[in-house]
Design a protein around this ligand. Sequence first.
Ligand code: DGY
Length: 332
Amino acid sequence: MKPRILLTAAIPEPGMELLYDAGEVTLLPEVPDTAALTALCASGDFDVLLSRLGDTVDADLLAAAKVRGVSNYAVGFNNIDVEAATKHGILVGNTPGVLTDATADVAMLLILGTARRVVEADTLVRSGQFSGWNPELLMGADVSGQVLGLAGFGRIGRATARRALAFGMDVVFSPRPPQERIVSADELGEFAGKVRQLPWDEVVAQADFLSIHVPLNGQTRHLVDAAVLKAMKPSAFLVNTSRGPVVDEAALVTALREGVIAGAGLDVYENEPELASGLTELPNTVLLPHIGSATVPVRGKMAVLAARNAIAIGKGEMPEFAVNPEAFRGAQ
Ligand code: DGY
């Protein structure tokens, strides 16, 4: 029997090909709301849901679901209640590794883009107001020689550190803010002697650029709130490529408006796709539409991993990347 796989929207071609080869695929014509998705998962017609970040897979859905697993087309899985999934023996798959460099590239892009006022500069040229080289036109901030503070030091944080070091930045990090955990020299590996671990409040206070690389969970929701923004240097920039709710976006708008910090580069938002009121009016921001992993090769690789995870789960096998392997119950 081919595994029956439900998709709320198509994933890139390399993944779709694998799914059509190995499974019986249902691709919905429209993305369903959570109630409709719950009914579909409870119908008994599907073995696996291949979800995207916009699909809310909550405790109610999982309690009613008759699927073996959910394969998320993303490395992050905050759209899924993993604890509830585990309780109901539902495996959750994700796509780690393949998007690390692409996302770190976007973090670096936001560091450079906020420092060098790239949106304002581009707007000036496009609006026909560029009247030639001017000694004081759009002067920005330096990147080399500046301190990059990293919140989180996992795969993407490290890849960002690698880039920042190549740009001559001084890199400090807190591995699991707001908690503290000492990273050993062994764990630091290639970074030993090149980056410094500091307590979270010192990372915040010393950073010229504070870049967020933590997963969204109960501890990290609003990690960057009004108090943290106030503790940053007035000349500092905030960069977020992880998850929007890690930053209190309303507090950020106030801080940017009042000059509490110098600027922000965001790829993710607290209530995607909605933006906090006033954010788009601020010139000292670079705002991207959650494109950290959006290169053709990377999205293709993510699609392959998500498809492989879905097919394995559907066959009753352990997927290559399971967030909750303890939910595995084998073929039934
Ligand atoms: C992820 O995979 O979690 C990214 O945010 C989207 O590619």
